[in-house]
Design a protein. Structure first.
Length: 415
């Protein structure tokens, strides 16, 4: 039985080696597709005795197809023949050739049955794969222009990732990525395509490479940011996103979008304590940041800390006197302060105020009125803020009947 099993194994192994030999014969006739199809089973069969040689043959097949189509096209151009050019076939062969060469190299560096490593194919494949790899740039562009995002990403990813393969060990022209003038550009587009495919980890991976180039940093950073934003699920994810935006904001303080992204995050998170800390940090870094002062005012306003809110809004208004939202909010805060003070000073039995206490409330209402009337002047049609109701409250409380009636009409018309 043992002899029978050994004979069967030998027969299977012999069959796979025959497949490899037959594929070589087909390749010699120039039928690249038939040769590749014939060879395919031997590449994955455990019975193939020399896998590295089999993968090297696949490299020969795909490289042969790539070269043949390229040479035919060049010859037609020389002879001024206007004939169809199999760009797709050439590009796919170029992609498959490099993949096969990488797989061949991985197998070729494994120890043989005597425990020795003898690399046979690397040197030859290094030389011819240089041009093949460069063609992946155009191959990816061709796929991208033909709406084949999967193909574009696969080819550009192979272009970007292949320098790290041992196949290119010692070949500085490829392995030294600092010399690659196309790397950041291709990394950006690979990141963009991955983002369009909603493959956010891959998008972030290649955008990170592109961001190392100052010329691409701004665009690449946006891909990184929005990729991380799309994948936020846990608290740790959110903190990682915020840290990334903060670092970019620190590195590029003139870029308003980073501040705006942070403002959006803290506003949506509804974490008033965190937003207050961040806004305070921003005002200390840049006291002229009107939005940071506005956020500081918002936090205090939400906590009914009227004086602190008004002071923050005043800072914003000093920087931009036409900052209508802050002008309005300052008036609303003072009105809220007056209402709270009235409740505190009111007689517990009658609910009334002494003249002295009423004057204190009216003094605050007078300040509130100034801000709200200024808001009215800045936004007469109430397109940004609705000043009518708080002004009605103030006019009514201080006893200005004519103006309270005017505001009441506006309020009722709005309803």
């Amino acid at each position: 039985m043992m002899m029978a099993l050994m004979a069967a194994a030998a027969t299977t192994a012999f069959a796979q080696e025959t497949v490899v030999k037959e594929a070589k014969k087909v390749l010699a006739k120039g039928d690249f597709d038939a040769a590749a199809q014939m060879l395919a089973p031997a590449l994955t069969s455990s019975e193939t005795l020399d896998k590295a040689a089999a993968w090297n043959l696949m490299t020969d097949i795909q490289y042969g197809k790539y070269s043949a189509i390229q040479n035919e096209n060049m010859q037609n151009q020389v002879n001024q023949k206007n004939v169809p050019f199999d760009t797709l076939g050439m590009n796919n062969a170029c992609y498959e050739a490099l993949k096969a060469a990488i797989e061949c190299d991985k197998l070729d560096k494994e120890p043989n049955d005597k425990g020795k490593v003898k690399i046979r194919f690397r040197q030859a494949n290094q030389q011819r794969m240089q041009n093949v790899r460069l063609n992946l740039i155009n191959a990816g562009l061709f796929d991208y222009n033909h709406k084949n995002l999967d193909g574009a990403l696969a080819k550009w990813a192979l272009y970007l990732d292949s320098p790290a393969e041992e196949l290119f060990t010692g070949l500085a022209a490829v392995s030294d990525v600092a010399q690659d003038q196309y790397r950041s550009e291709i990394a950006y587009y690979a990141g963009l395509v991955a983002y369009q495919k909603k493959d956010y980890p891959t998008a972030e991976k290649y955008a990170t490479i592109a961001a190392q180039d100052p010329k691409k940093a701004s665009e690449a950073n946006e891909i990184m940011l929005f990729s991380k934003k799309e994948t936020m699920k846990t608290k740790e994810d959110s903190l990682a996103y915020v840290d990334m935006v903060k670092n970019l904001h620190k590195q590029n303080p003139e870029e308003e979008r980073y501040f705006n992204l942070l403002m959006e995050y803290y506003t949506r998170s509804d974490d008033q304590k965190a937003m207050a800390a961040w806004a305070e940090e921003e005002t200390s870094i840049n006291p002229e940041n009107k939005m940071a002062w506005a956020l500081t005012g918002q936090v205090h306003m939400n906590a009914r800390e009227w004086d602190a809110a008004v002071e923050a809004y005043k800072k914003a208004i000093e920087i931009d006197p036409a900052f209508i939202q802050c002008v309005f909010n300052a008036g609303v805060c003072l009105n809220g302060k007056a209402i709270d003070l009235k409740d505190q000073l009111a007689d517990k039995n009658t609910g009334g105020l002494t003249k002295a206490n009423a004057d204190k409330v009216k003094a605050i209402l007078h300040d509130a009125r100034q801000y709200l009337e200024q808001a009215k002047e800045l936004d007469p049609d109430r397109e940004k803020v609705n000043w009518a109701y708080p002004l009605y409250q103030i006019y009514y409380t201080i006893g200005d009947k004519a103006k309270s009636d005017e505001m009441e009409k506006l309020v009722n018309a709005g309803n």
